[in-house]
Design a protein around this ligand. Structure first.
Ligand code: NAD
Length: 480
């Protein structure tokens, strides 16, 4: 069946007897059948990667970079094809998917350039005629597991740095967005990445994930996904002392001070909470507002939420969430919050009418939840904002930091003192002044504290630390 998505191992399609439907989140219709890999297929992929890795590591990094540049040129040439796949399988407006394709190419080019650097350091020695330096060497086989929210950049953030460092890769895409990963992997192979150096195993996280992360042939694991799964991977990796990078969830605070430009704050609040249907690890979900401007801010924010246009046309602001299960979890969390005394100011329901067949949640704003309530504590990964009223800056910072997570945060203020103090005091990996809660630019290190990760940073040159092992070299010279 043309619409069946196989695994890709050693450059060859690998089918599987078990399949599952891939649904278009916009209307719930089947768009493809995903083949579900099992342990034997995972084993074959890791073995193919191991067999191909040494020759790839021996290929000069500059040459590996040239292949990356070629792959980026091909992706750019065929950007519309990839963007359409992403828009359909992830359920988002084509304009958003095009932006993501552009982001993936930018990331690829950044790491292609790293092939000309891949820096170590030279340092002085304490002994005469002795020279000390570090070089970077590949880890070996990298297992890369990614989430569905922005599938093309998620692929790029991990695959390009892992490859430029000379590793072979086994990628496990999210089961909801397998086609974009399949498409991108084939383009990289067409650009010159040797068969076996980049393998894709398709299937369910619970089957493929553990078989991959626990495989003795895997040297480094990089995972983007939920904190729940990240914890399981960390436990496994710890047992075998495997190198692991975890980019996990967030429950990000957005602070509005009494001296904020309220219209600007509302514009960024809506973008932070609702863009990509709130399915961004960096999404703003806790809106902490000074008492003095609370009523004015809330009135404008609710109006902005009501004005959000749902759908996947280029006039739309946000599409559906990724699947029925996630939508049900969100609706249950909103119900629970209401039972605990919170009030839904707008949204809170599945979209009806023409969008009823899709996995749409109306942009939702909730007020009156307590900081310890579930809706304040758990990441929901949907277009849901909770409001908190605080009396002053000190209370705002304390509440912003009252979270298991520590990924991003934003503050809106005209005071440079507050802005700078917040940037220092907020316990997150990213702090933003007078804009939205952001992810990262491709050359910047992104990551979070506490339950948002394990301290690693991707992408940026910091990603090189994940995908390489440093070696110290000492050279002792006898002067002639
Ligand atoms: P998820 O953890 O359920 O799934 C993510 C990936 O892990 C998928 O490919 C899935 O198949 C796989 N997986 C599932 N069970 C597994 C297991 N037992 N072993 C190994 N792999 C397994 O997450 P999700 O709900 O699909 O994605 C949303 C989450 O991702 C949110 O928490 C979000 O914040 C996070 N995220 C983080 C970043 C970041 O950079 N920090 C970026 C995007 C998304």
């Amino acid at each position: 069946m043309a619409n069946t998505i196989p695994s890709l191992i050693g450059g060859k399609d690998v089918a599987s007897a078990r399949t599952a439907p891939v649904l278009n989140p916009h209307n719930g219709e089947e768009i493809a059948q995903l083949t579900l890999a099992d342990g034997a297929i995972v084993d074959a992929a890791v073995k193919a990667a191991r067999a191909a890795q040494a020759a790839w590591a021996a290929t000069p990094a500059v040459k590996r970079g040239e292949i990356h540049f070629k792959a980026c040129a091909l992706i750019e040439e065929r950007a519309e094809e990839l963007s359409k796949i992403v828009a359909e399988e992830a359920g988002k407006p084509l304009k958003d998917a095009r932006g993501e394709t552009g982001g993936a190419v930018q990331c690829g080019r950044f790491f292609a350039g790293e092939g000309q650097r891949l820096f170590g350091r030279t340092m002085p020695s304490n002994t005469a005629n002795k020279y000390a330096m570090t070089i970077r060497q590949p880890c070996g086989v990298a297992a890369l597991i990614i989430a569905a929210n922005t599938p093309a950049p998620n692929f790029a953030w991990k695959v390009f740095p892992a490859l430029i460092c000379g590793n072979a890769v086994v990628l496990k895409p999210a089961e909801d967005t397998p086609r974009s990963a399949d498409w991108m992997a084939r383009v990289l192979i067409e650009a010159g990445v040797p068969a076996g150096v980049l393998n894709v195993v398709q299937g369910l996280g619970g089957d493929v994930g553990p078989a991959l992360t626990e495989h003795p042939g895997v040297d480094v694991i990089s995972f983007t996904g939920s904190t729940r799964v990240g914890r399981m991977i960390a436990e496994q990796a710890g047992k075998h002392l495997k190198k692991v990078s975890l980019e996990l969830g967030g429950k990000n605070a957005f602070v509005v001070c009494d001296d904020a430009d309220l219209d600007k704050a509302v514009k960024w609040a809506a973008a932070s909470a609702f863009s990509n249907a709130g399915q961004r690890c960096a999404a703003g979900s806790r809106f902490i507002v000074f008492d003095a401007v609370y009523d004015a801010f809330v009135q404008k924010f609710v109006a902005a939420a009501k004005a959000q246009k749902l759908g996947v046309s280029d006039e739309s602001d946000l599409g559906p969430v990724i699947n029925e299960r996630q939508l049900s979890n969100m609706l249950a969390a909103i119900d629970k919050a209401q039972s605990a005394g919170a009030k839904v100011l707008t949204g809170g329901k599945r979209a009806s009418g023409a969008l009823a067949g899709g996995f749409y949640l109306e942009p939702t704003i909730v007020e009156g939840a307590k900081p310890g309530d579930e809706i304040s504590v758990h990441e929901l990964f949907g277009p849901i904002a909770a409001l908190y009223r605080v009396k002053d800056y000190a209370e705002a910072v304390a509440l912003a930091n009252q979270s298991e997570y520590g990924l991003t945060a934003a503050i809106h203020t005209r005071s440079i003192d507050r802005a700078w103090n917040f940037a220092q005091a907020v316990e997150t990996g990213v702090a933003v002044v007078n804009a939205g809660t952001f992810g990262s630019e491709p050359h910047m290190p992104f990551g979070g504290r506490r339950a948002s990760g394990n301290g690693t940073r991707e992408p940026g040159t910091e990603a090189l630390d994940i995908y390489t092992e440093l070696k110290d070299i000492y050279l002792v010279i006898d002067p002639p």
